[in-house]
Ligand binder design. Structure first.
Ligand SMILES: *[C@@H]1O[C@H](CO)[C@@H](O)[C@H](O)[C@H]1NC(C)=O
Length: 317
């Protein structure tokens, strides 16, 4: 009885202290992977942008199942299996399958916690002889890597390309993470756990060039370079909250269960060719134009707006 009371009290305390989810990457809104295809540059609906992938249909790269999630995450129905293979090259010889938040929330202000859980199995296991970038920001101020460093079989947490923490990437274990990013201070730290264990802080915050345009955090995997062997990566428990951090696995995120709807595509003007001296500017790697895009079209110096995938996507480089 005492134990039960204490457990309830602890649960209440944790709940009461958790931050607010400002963007949920729960897969609950996605009834089938075809729902990911409802997003397009011309029709930016739902909670994820899905454009970084290979030439095959979405069902070749994404699959949803309750067996693909961390079972401790009771707020979610399914986890996501992401597959890369030789068909998965995108804009280069690198194989990529990546989801990006679709949101009007500012994902780069104050102190935010980027939560996600990742797993591999022994089937289509990631190849530790090849570099992988996982759950990375476009500028790589922080990310996970696999297949690099002194222990290529470890999952490695990096800050600005430097290894700060690692753990053996054992099969069939869910690794839970939260990137602890203080955008005001320009620091990033790491929380981690496995299975259903609460997150603990494993690396205190260290200085980094923390920045995001709220559309350049890549949930997924990039493999260098193109090889035949398919790999499967599993993700669940994805959400971003402001502080204080929710360390309990399975209770955060949640969010909407409304599937993205294909609204009538609106035709928006192509990127503006007029620039004003005082307008907002986009940062390196940020989007600066494309159908449906309404953000800044001017790049911060010294970057220029490059037509990466016209007429859909222009990027400051
Ligand atoms: C983030 O950094 C700012 C500026 O240094 C500081 O005032 C604030 O307390 C930090 N936030 C957290 C949650 O540590």
């Amino acid at each position: 009885m005492v134990t039960l009371t204490w457990a309830l009290l602890s649960a209440f305390t944790v709940t009461a202290r958790a931050g607010t989810t400002i963007w949920s990457g729960s897969f609950n809104p996605f009834k089938t992977v075809a729902d990911f295809d409802k997003w397009s540059w011309a029709n930016q609906v739902g909670t994820y942008q899905w454009y970084i992938h290979g030439t095959q249909p979405t069902s070749h790269y994404l699959a949803l199942s309750s067996s693909y999630k961390n079972p401790a995450i009771t707020s979610e129905t399914n986890g996501l299996k992401m597959t890369i293979d030789s068909t998965a090259t995108w804009n280069s010889q690198m194989e990529r399958a990546e989801l990006i938040p679709q949101t009007t929330a500012n994902l780069g202000t104050g102190t935010l916690y980027y939560h996600f859980s990742v797993k591999r199995s022994n089937t289509n296991a990631p190849d530790s002889t090849l570099e992988h970038q996982v759950a990375f920001f476009e500028s790589h101020f922080t990310e996970l890597k696999y297949g690099v460093g002194s222990k290529p079989t470890n999952l490695v947490w990096m800050v600005s390309g430097q290894e700060k923490w690692s753990t053996p990437f054992t099969a069939d274990t869910w690794f839970n993470f939260a990137y602890d990013i203080n955008f005001s201070a320009g620091t990033v730290g790491l929380w981690a756990s496995t299975g259903s264990s609460p997150l603990t802080k494993v690396v205190q915050n260290i200085a980094a060039s923390t920045s995001t345009n709220s559309a350049d955090w890549h949930l997924g995997v990039l493999r260098i370079v193109n090889t035949q062997a398919p790999e499967d990566w599993y993700f669940s428990g994805v959400y971003i909250e402001n502080g204080p951090i929710n360390t309990v696995i399975g209770t955060g995120g949640g969010g909407t269960t409304t599937p993205p709807t294909s609204s009538t595509p609106t035709t928006t003007p192509p990127i503006s060719t007029t620039t004003t001296a005082t307008g907002p500017t986009q940062t390196q790697w940020g989007q600066c134009g494309g159908n449906g895009y309404t953000g800044p079209t001017t790049c911060a110096s010294p970057f220029t707006c490059v037509a990466v995938s016209p007429p859909y996507y222009y990027q400051c480089q």
